[in-house]
Write a protein of this length. Structure first.
Length: 547
C-alpha cells in the first residue's frame, strides 16, 4: 500500500477516528458510569421507599410488623427494611425478610428515656445512649441494618430531621460488619410520631454490586481496548480496499466507453459519491447506446419513409392514370356521340341510343368526381352525417340484389348470412360502404366464383364481413390498401374488369373514412382461397325503422 494512495489515506483516517472515539468512550465510562449508576439506583430506591411508606400509612398505620409488600423493595434493591417502634423505655425493631428470607426482632433499651425525651423538646442537640456493645444479630443483613440505624442515630442533624421535624433522610455510608466493609444506602423516615412515641421506617440497600461491576470493568477494559484497536485496524484496511476497488472498476468501465463499447455496465449499487458516479456512468452509457440505436432506427425509418414516399408517388401516378383513363373513355364517347347528333347521323331509335350513352357516361364521370369530393370533405372533417334508424340486414340484402342484377354478373354465386339487426347511422353512406366493398370483391372474384356477406351482432356493435374467392392480397400490400390513390396489383382483378364506380383507388379510402365517422372499425385479411373485408358500427338504441 503506497503512502500517497487513496487506500492508505482512507485506512489512516478511518483507523485514527475510530480509535479516538473508542478511547474517549471508554474514558467517559470509567469516569462517569459509577456516579451515574449510583444516582440512578438511589433515586429509584427512594421512590420505592416512599411508595411503600405511603402505602403503609394507608393500609396499616398502627402495625409494628413489616408488611409483606415490602419484599418487592428488598428483592429489587438488595435491601432490608425495618419498622422501629418507639416506646417509653425501649425501641423495638421489626426487620423484613431481606434477600436472605429471614426476619428478626431486636429490642434496645434506653437509659432515662423521660429525661432524654424532655431534652429533645428543649434542645435539638440531645443524644440518646448508644446501643449496648457486643449485641449479636441473627444474620449479616440484620447486622448491616443495625449498623445503618447506628450511623443515622449518631448524626444529630439526621436524627433531629426524623425525630423532631418528621422529615426523611438518606445517605451513603461505608459500614463495617463482621463480614467486611461495604457501601450501603440508608433511608429513614417516620411513619407516625406522638410525643416521643411512634413508628419509624428504615431501609438499608447495598451498593456493593455497583462497585463490583466497576472493578470488573476496570480489569476488562485493557483487554477489550487492545482487541477493539486490532479490529478497527482490520476493518479500516478492508474498508479502504473496498473503496479503492470500485474506483478501479469504474475506471475500466470508462475506458470501454471510450472505445464505444456500451454493453457492459457497472453493477455497483451504492448511496455515496462512488455509487453516484457509477449511476452517472451507466446513465451516460445507456444514453449513448440509446442515441446510437435511435440513430440506426432513424436511418431505417428514413429509408422506410423514402420507400413509402416512392410508393405514394407511384400510387398518385397510377391514380392520375386511372382517373384519366376513367374520364377519357366517357369524354371520348360523349364527344363522339355528340358530334354524331350534331351531324344528324342516324334517326329515330339510333339517335335515342346516342343520347342514352351520353347520359350514362356523364353520370359515370359525375360519380368519379363526387367520390373525389366526398373523400376530400371527409378527410378535412367538414362532412356531417345524417343518422337514422334502419334495419341493416335489409339494406345489405337490397344492395346485394342490385349487384347480382347488374348485367355481366349472371354467373356470380352470392352467399348471404344476415342476422336481424337495427342500427342508427347515415343510411346513404352505409349503402355507399356496402356498394364499394361488394364492387371491390366482385372485381377480384374469378368468373363463376363465390362472393358472400355476413352480418352478426358483436356485443354492442354490428359486424359486417364481405368475402370473395380469388387471389390473396400480397402481405406487403395489406398495410396500404386503405390509402387513397392506392390500387392492388392488377393480377388480382378479373380479366378485363373495369366497372363503373370502382377501380380508381379511392373506394376503400372512402369506406375507411365513413366507418371512422360512425365510430366503427374496418379491416382486411387473407383467408384460405380468398380475401375477407370487415367493418363494425355501433348498433345504437331506438325503435326499428321499416326500411
Amino acid at each position: 500500500m503506497k503512502l500517497k494512495s487513496i487506500s492508505f489515506k482512507l485506512f489512516a483516517v478511518t483507523g485514527l477516528v475510530f480509535i479516538g472515539c473508542l478511547t474517549i468512550m471508554l474514558a467517559l465510562q470509567l469516569h462517569y458510569f459509577e456516579p451515574y449508576y449510583v444516582r440512578d439506583k438511589t433515586d429509584g430506591f427512594l421512590a420505592a421507599f416512599e411508595e411503600n411508606r405511603q402505602r403503609l400509612l394507608r393500609e396499616a398505620p398502627e402495625t409494628t410488623e413489616v408488611p409483606s409488600f415490602f419484599s418487592r423493595l428488598e428483592e429489587e434493591y438488595y435491601a432490608i427494611s425495618a419498622l422501629v417502634t418507639l416506646k417509653p423505655n425501649s425501641w423495638e425493631i421489626s426487620a423484613g425478610k431481606g434477600i436472605s428470607g429471614s426476619a428478626g426482632k431486636v429490642s434496645l433499651r434506653i437509659v432515662n428515656p423521660d429525661a432524654a425525651m424532655n431534652r429533645s423538646r428543649n434542645t435539638p442537640s440531645f443524644r440518646l445512649p448508644e446501643p449496648p456493645l457486643g449485641l449479636s444479630y441473627p444474620n449479616a443483613e440484620m447486622e448491616k441494618l443495625m449498623a445503618g440505624i447506628e450511623q443515622w442515630y449518631k448524626n444529630p442533624e439526621r436524627r433531629e430531621e426524623v425525630l423532631v421535624r418528621g422529615g426523611r433522610v438518606s445517605f451513603i455510608a461505608d459500614i463495617a460488619t463482621t463480614g467486611g466493609q461495604s457501601r450501603q444506602f440508608v433511608v429513614a423516615a417516620p411513619v407516625r410520631l406522638d410525643n416521643g412515641a411512634g413508628t419509624l421506617m428504615i431501609a438499608v440497600s447495598s451498593l456493593q454490586p455497583v462497585g463490583d461491576a466497576m472493578d470488573a470493568f476496570r480489569s476488562f477494559y485493557p483487554y477489550f481496548y487492545l482487541l477493539a484497536v486490532a479490529g478497527i485496524l482490520l476493518l479500516a484496511l478492508l474498508y479502504s480496499r473496498m473503496i479503492a476497488q470500485p474506483l478501479l472498476t469504474l475506471n475500466r468501465t470508462a475506458q470501454r466507453m471510450a472505445k464505444l463499447d456500451f454493453r457492459e455496465k457497472s453493477g455497483m449499487r451504492r448511496s455515496d459519491e462512488i455509487g453516484s458516479l457509477s449511476d452517472t456512468l451507466n446513465f451516460l452509457s445507456e444514453n449513448l447506446d440509446q442515441a446510437l440505436s435511435e440513430l440506426h432506427e432513424a436511418n431505417a425509418k428514413l429509408q422506410a419513409d423514402i420507400e413509402k414516399e416512392k410508393r405514394l408517388e407511384q400510387s398518385r401516378r397510377e391514380f392520375v392514370a386511372g382517373v384519366s383513363h376513367e374520364l377519357k373513355t366517357p369524354v371520348s364517347l360523349i364527344g363522339g356521340f355528340a358530334e354524331a347528333l350534331q351531324d344528324n347521323v342516324g334517326n329515330g331509335q339510333k339517335r335515342e341510343r346516342y343520347a342514352s350513352i351520353i347520359r350514362e357516361e356523364a353520370a359515370r364521370m359525375a360519380g368519379i368526381v363526387n367520390d373525389m369530393l366526398d373523400l376530400s370533405q371527409m378527410e378535412s372533417g367538414q362532412y356531417t352525417l345524417h343518422p337514422e334508424r334502419f334495419r341493416l340486414d335489409r339494406l345489405i340484402g337490397q344492395t346485394a340484389d342490385k349487384l347480382q342484377e347488374h348485367p355481366g354478373n349472371e354467373g356470380l354465386r352470392m352467399e348471404t348470412e344476415l342476422a336481424e339487426i337495427a342500427v342508427t347511422a347515415d343510411r346513404f353512406r352505409i349503402e355507399q360502404v356496402l356498394s364499394n366493398l361488394l364492387s371491390n370483391a366482385l372485381r377480384h372474384t374469378p368468373p363463376g366464383g363465390r362472393l358472400g356477406i355476413r352480418l352478426k351482432a358483436d356485443h354492442e356493435e354490428a359486424r359486417v364481413v364481405v368475402w370473395n374467392e380469388g387471389e390473396p392480397i400480397p402481405p406487403e400490400e395489406l398495410g396500404y390498401i386503405w390509402d387513397h390513390f392506392y390500387r392492388v396489383e392488377k393480377a388480382r382483378q378479373r380479366e378485363g374488369e373495369h366497372r363503373k364506380g370502382g377501380g380508381t383507388g379511392i373506394g376503400l379510402a372512402i369506406v375507411r373514412q365513413i366507418i371512422g365517422l360512425h365510430g366503427g372499425r374496418c379491416g382486411v385479411r387473407n383467408v384460405p382461397g380468398g380475401v375477407e373485408f370487415m367493418f363494425t358500427i355501433p348498433a345504437g338504441d331506438g325503435d326499428e325503422d321499416d326500411g
